[in-house]
Design a protein around this ligand. Structure first.
Ligand code: HT7
Ligand code: ZN
Length: 891
C-alpha cells in the first residue's frame, strides 16, 4: 500500500477563496454543482492544479467560463489534474453521486431516509472534486434543493440566508458560512427532523439560537444534550475566554455514524448514542458521555475550526487539545475535589486500558505520526488520549495561569490559520518564557516511557533521596529513544499518614510547584522535572523514614515502577492525600495478587482459599466501609484491574488463566465481605425521582458494584436481589446492572428477564444495542451464541452501533470466550473483518485492530491468530484501511 510521509509535506498549488455549491438532493442521483474561485499559491509557480475526487461521476467541467475538453485535464486514481492553469481560476464542476448506495458513511449518505454528510478526514472528495486538504480554507455558500414533503428540513453550515418554494413540490434553502474553513468541516443535513430550540444569551450580550435536531418521536430525549451545550458554551467563556462566534449552533443526531460525533462548523452531527437520553433509555454513563461529547464538539469550534491543522499528521493538535478541554469541562461540571479525582481516574483507566497497549503494539505511532497509509486509521487513542496527556503536562509544568497565557497567545497568533503541533508548543514556551525544546519528543517519539524510582533515607542528615531512571521501549521504526521531559508530582507521607512539607536540597535539580513563592510554607506536592536518563533529588529536613507518593494525579503518561511493600500500599490506600494515588495503591496491590495467582494457576495450582492472604481483603474492607469516601471513588477503588490490563503486564498471555483468576478473586472478595457488600448496597439506594448528577450516579455505581459482587456468589439471595432491582427499577442504570448481573449468573429468571427487556425496548435502537452488548460480554456467551444473535431480526451489519454492540463487544470485551483454544473466535473475527470490509472499511479496520497484540499470546493461540490474520490478508479487494492494519500486524 502507498505510504504518505510527513516529511513530504508541500503547500497546495492553489488556494480556494470562495466555494459556491448547489445540491439537487436525490438518494439515487444527487447532482452537485460547484463553483470555486481559486488563486495560485505564489510558492508553487508552474505546478498543476490538483483536485481530489472519489466515487464521483463527472458531468461537466468549466474553467474561467469555458468548458474544458478531455485533453485539458487528467482523471487519475482519485485525482483530477489541470496542467498549466492561469494564476486565477474560476472552476465550475458538476458531479453526480449516489447517496443511497453509500455504506461507507463518508461523504453524502442516507440514514433512515434522511441525508447526512461526514467529511473528516477526506470525505468531501466524495461530494465534489476539490483540493480536499485542511490547509485550503475558504468561505462557503450552499443552496440545498429537495422534495419538500420528504425533506422538509434543509440544514447547512453557518447562517440561513434564504429559503423558499421551487413550485414543483420542491423547496430550497441557502446557507452561508462567514468563516473560512477547510473542506473537512463542510456539512449538510436534509430530511424529516424535529428540533428542541432555545435562545441563549452569550457573555458579550448577543443571543444565539441553539437547536438539537432528531427524528420524530425522540424529542423527549434532547433535554440533556441541550443542557450540556449551554454548559459548554458558558464554560469556554469562563475558563478560556472563548465565545461562540455564530448566531446559530445546531446539533443533529443520526443513527448511522462511524464515530462519536463531528464538529462541522455550526452544524455538529452526532451519533444518536451521544445525544439521546432520558432516564428510561440511558444509563448514568450515557448521560456523562453525552455531556463530554457535546462539550468536545463544541470546544472544537476554537480548537480545530478557528485554528485548524496544517495537515493530518497534526491531528492531535486539535484532538489532544480538545480532549483535554472536554476532560477539564467534565471535571469542573462535577465541581467537587473528589469528583475531579474520580474523573481523572476514569480518564487514566482509559489510557492504560487502550493507549498503553497501542503504544506497545504493531500500530504504535507518535502523537504526531511520521507516516500513514490511511488517515482514518489514525483517529487513535494515542492521538486523542495520549495527546490530551501531553497537553495536560503543559498545564502541570506551567500552572493553570501559565497554560491560559499560552492558550491566549496561540489564538492571538493563529486565529484563522492551519498550523502545526510545534506552533502550539511555541506559544506555550513564548508565553511562559520556558524552554520547551525537549518537550518536542512527546510528539515525535512513540512508546510509553518507564520511570524507575529508588529511594534512600539517611537518618543522620534527615535527607531523603529519590533517584529516577527513565527509558522507553523500542517501537516500529524507532529502535532508540532520547530522554523525555517528564513532570513527576511527588509527596512524602509521615508515619501518621500526613503530608511532609517538601524542601529540596539547594543546588540540586530544581522542582517546581504551582504558584509557590519564596515565603510560602513548603509545599506538600512538588513537581520534579526529569530531563535526563537518571536524576537524583534530595529532600532535606525529613525527620523520619517517609512513604513516597509518586506521580501524583498521574502527572505524566508513563509507567512508574517502585518497589512498594504490601504494607506501604495498604498505608497509601488509606492515607494518601492525593486521591489518585490512593486508588493507584489499591490497583497495584490487586494487580500484584492477580499476577501471582496467574503464575500459580499456570503451575497447576487449584484456585482455592489457601492461595489468598488477607492483605487485599483487609484493604478492600477499609475502603468499602469508609463512608467518608465518595461512593464513586469507592466504586473505582473496589473494581479489580480488567483482564486486558492484567494481560498487558504479562510476557506471555494466557487469557483463560487470567479470567479464572479474576473471577476467583471476585468471588473470594464477595464471600469475605458479603455483609459489607450488602450494607453498601442498602446504604446507597437512590429512592425517588432519577437524576444523573454525579453524586447520585456515584451511589448507583457503588450499589451496582456491590450487586455484581454478590451475584458472583451465584446464590438464590443474590438472584432475588437482582430480580427485584430489575422489577422495581425506574431508570436504565439500575435495570441494566440488574440484568447484567442476572445474565452472568445461573439465576432461573435470566432468560425471562432478557426476553422481557427486549419486548419493552424493541423500538429503542440504543437500548437494543445494550441488549446485544450485554449478551456479547457475558461469561456464558461463546462464538456459537454470537452467531445465533447475528441471526436475530434486529441485528444488522450496516449499522455501526449495532455491529459494534455485538461483534466488537464480543471480540474485545469477552477475552475468555474470544480466545477459545480451538481458534473459533479468531475464525469468526476473520470472517467478519472480510464481510465488513466490503460494507464499511472504517468499521472493518477498527475490528481488525482487535488482533494487534497477537504476538503476546501463548504459542498455540498465536498460531491460530496468525492463520486468521493471513486469511484476512489473502482476501480480495481489501480496503487501504484494513490492509494497513493487517500488514502492520503481520510485519
Ligand atoms: N473530529 C471528529 C472525527 C470524526 C471522524 C473521522 C473519520 C471518520 C468519521 C469521523 N467522524 C468524526 C470527531 C471528533 O474528534 O470530534
Ligand atoms: Zn475531536
Amino acid at each position: 500500500p502507498h505510504t504518505i510521509y510527513r516529511k513530504d509535506y508541500a503547500s497546495p498549488s492553489f488556494f480556494v477563496d470562495t466555494v459556491e455549491m448547489g445540491f439537487d438532493l436525490d438518494p439515487d442521483a444527487t447532482i452537485v454543482a460547484t463553483r470555486l474561485t481559486m488563486r495560485r499559491n505564489p510558492a508553487s509557480r508552474g505546478k498543476t492544479l490538483v483536485l481530489y475526487g472519489e466515487s464521483l461521476r463527472l458531468v461537466a467541467l468549466r474553467m474561467n467560463g469555458k468548458a474544458l475538453s478531455k485533453r485539458a485535464y487528467t482523471l487519475g486514481h482519485g485525482t483530477l489534474e489541470i496542467a498549466n492553469p492561469p494564476d486565477e481560476v474560476v472552476l465550475e464542476i458538476e458531479t453526480v453521486t449516489q447517496p443511497s448506495q453509500n455504506t461507507s458513511l463518508m461523504g453524502l449518505y442516507v440514514s433512515n431516509g434522511n441525508f447526512f454528510t461526514q467529511c473528516e478526514a477526506e470525505g468531501f472528495r466524495k461530494i465534489t472534486f476539490f483540493p480536499d486538504r485542511p490547509d485550503v480554507m475558504a468561505t462557503y455558500k450552499v443552496m440545498l434543493r429537495a422534495d419538500k414533503e420528504k425533506y422538509p428540513v434543509l440544514l447547512g453550515n453557518g447562517n440561513l440566508v434564504e429559503q423558499g418554494d421551487l413550485g414543483d413540490g420542491r423547496h430550497y434553502a441557502v446557507w452561508e458560512d462567514p468563516f473560512r474553513k477547510p473542506s473537512y468541516l463542510f456539512a449538510l443535513v436534509a430530511g424529516n427532523l424535529v428540533c428542541q430550540e432555545e435562545t441563549f444569551r452569550l457573555q458579550d450580550g448577543r443571543d444565539a439560537l441553539l437547536q438539537v435536531w432528531v427524528e420524530e418521536g425522540n424529542l423527549d430525549k434532547t433535554q440533556h444534550a441541550m443542557e450540556s451545550l449551554k454548559n459548554s458554551i458558558r464554560w469556554d467563556e469562563e475558563r478560556f475566554g472563548l465565545e461562540l462566534d455564530l448566531d446559530r449552533f445546531m446539533i443533529v443526531a443520526v443513527s448511522d455514524f462511524n464515530m462519536g460525533a463531528m464538529e462541522n462548523k455550526g452544524l455538529n452531527i452526532f451519533n444518536t448514542k451521544y445525544v439521546l437520553a432520558n432516564p428510561r433509555i440511558a444509563t448514568d454513563v450515557d448521560f456523562a458521555n453525552i455531556e463530554s461529547v457535546v462539550g468536545h464538539e463544541y470546544f472544537h469550534n476554537w480548537t480545530g475550526n478557528r485554528v485548524t491543522c496544517r495537515d493530518w499528521f497534526q491531528l492531535s493538535l486539535k484532538e489532544g487539545l480538545t480532549v483535554f478541554r472536554d476532560q477539564e469541562f467534565s471535571a469542573d461540571m462535577i465541581g467537587t475535589d473528589s469528583g475531579r479525582a474520580v474523573k481523572r481516574i476514569e480518564d487514566v483507566r482509559v489510557l492504560r486500558q487502550a493507549q498503553f497497549p497501542e503504544d506497545a503494539g504493531p500500530m504504535a505511532h507518535p502523537v504526531r505520526p511520521d507516516s500513514y497509509v490511511e488517515i482514518n486509521n489514525f483517529y487513535t487513542v494515542t492521538i486523542y488520549e495520549k495527546g490530551s496527556e501531553v497537553v495536560r503536562m503543559y498545564q502541570t509544568l506551567l500552572g493553570r495561569d501559565g497554560f491560559r497565557k499560552g492558550m491566549d497567545l496561540y489564538f492571538q497568533r493563529h486565529d484563522g490559520q492551519a498550523v502545526e503541533c510545534d506552533d502550539f508548543r511555541r506559544a506555550m514556551a513564548d508565553a511562559s518564557g520556558r524552554n520547551l525544546d525537549q518537550f518536542e519528543l512527546w510528539y515525535s517519539q512513540a512508546g510509553t516511557p518507564r520511570v524507575t524510582v529508588a529511594t534512600r533515607y539517611d537518618e543522620m542528615s534527615n535527607i531523603y533521596t529519590m533517584s529516577f531512571t527513565q527509558s522507553c521501549p523500542p517501537t516500529p521504526g524507532q529502535p532508540k529513544k532520547l530522554p523525555f521531559h517528564i513532570p513527576v508530582a511527588v509527596g512524602l507521607l509521615d508515619s501518621s499518614g500526613r503530608d511532609i512539607p517538601l524542601r529540596l536540597q539547594k543546588g540540586g535539580t530544581e522542582g517546581s510547584s504551582e504558584g509557590v513563592h519564596a515565603n510560602d510554607p513548603a509545599p506538600t506536592t512538588m513537581v520534579l522535572e526529569l530531563t535526563q536518563q537518571t536524576q537524583t533529588f534530595d529532600f532535606v529536613g525529613v525527620l523520619e523514614q517517609p512513604v513516597p507518593s509518586l506521580l501524583r494525579n498521574f502527572s505524566a503518561p508513563v509507567v512508574l515502577e517502585y518497589d512498594y511493600t504490601d504494607a506501604e500500599l495498604g498505608f497509601l490506600m488509606a492515607n494518601d492525600s492525593d486521591p489518585f494515588n490512593r486508588w493507584e495503591a489499591g490497583q497495584r496491590l490487586a494487580l500484584r495478587r492477580m499476577l501471582s495467582l496467574v503464575r500459580e494457576v499456570k503451575q497447576g495450582a487449584a484456585l482455592d482459599a489457601s492461595l489468598l492472604d488477607t492483605a487485599l481483603t483487609d484493604a478492600f474492607r477499609v475502603t468499602l466501609t469508609d463512608t467518608s469516601l465518595d461512593p464513586a471513588f469507592r466504586e473505582l477503588a473496589l473494581t479489580l484491574p480488567s483482564e486486558s490490563v492484567v494481560a498487558e503486564q504479562m510476557e506471555v498471555v494466557d487469557p483463560q488463566a487470567i479470567h479464572a483468576v479474576r473471577r476467583f478473586l471476585r468471588r473470594s472478595l464477595a464471600q469475605a465481605l458479603r455483609a459489607e457488600w450488602l450494607a453498601a448496597y442498602e446504604a446507597n439506594l437512590t429512592p425517588g425521582e432519577y437524576s444523573p448528577d454525579a453524586e447520585s450516579a456515584g451511589k448507583r455505581g457503588l450499589k451496582n458494584l456491590a450487586l455484581s459482587y454478590l451475584l458472583d456468589l451465584d446464590e438464590s439471595d443474590g438472584h432475588q436481589l437482582a430480580q427485584s432491582q430489575y422489577d422495581a427499577a425506574n431508570n436504565m442504570t439500575d435495570r441494566l446492572s440488574a440484568l447484567g448481573a442476572l445474565v452472568n449468573s445461573s439465576a432461573p429468571g435470566r432468560e425471562d428477564a432478557l426476553a422481557r427487556f427486549y419486548d419493552e425496548f424493541e423500538n429503542e435502537a440504543l437500548v437494543i444495542d445494550k441488549w446485544f452488548s450485554l449478551q456479547a460480554v457475558s461469561y456464558n456467551t461463546d462464538v456459537e451464541a454470537v452467531r445465533a444473535l447475528m441471526r436475530h431480526p434486529a441485528f444488522s451489519l450496516k449499522n455501526p452501533n449495532r455491529a459494534r454492540s455485538l461483534i466488537f463487544s464480543f471480540c474485545s470485551g469477552n477475552p475468555a470466550q474470544f480466545h477459545a483454544p480451538d481458534g473459533s473466535g479468531y475464525a469468526y473475527w476473520a470472517e467478519l473483518v472480510i464481510t465488513l470490509n466490503a460494507l464499511n472499511p472504517q468499521v472493518a479496520a477498527r475490528l481488525a485492530r482487535v488482533m494487534d497484540r497477537w504476538r503476546k499470546y501463548e504459542p498455540a493461540l498465536q498460531r491460530n491468530m496468525r492463520n486468521a490474520l493471513e486469511d484476512v490478508a489473502a482476501a480480495k479487494s481489501l480496503s487501504k484501511d484494513v490492509l494497513e492494519v493487517i500488514t502492520k500486524s503481520l510485519a
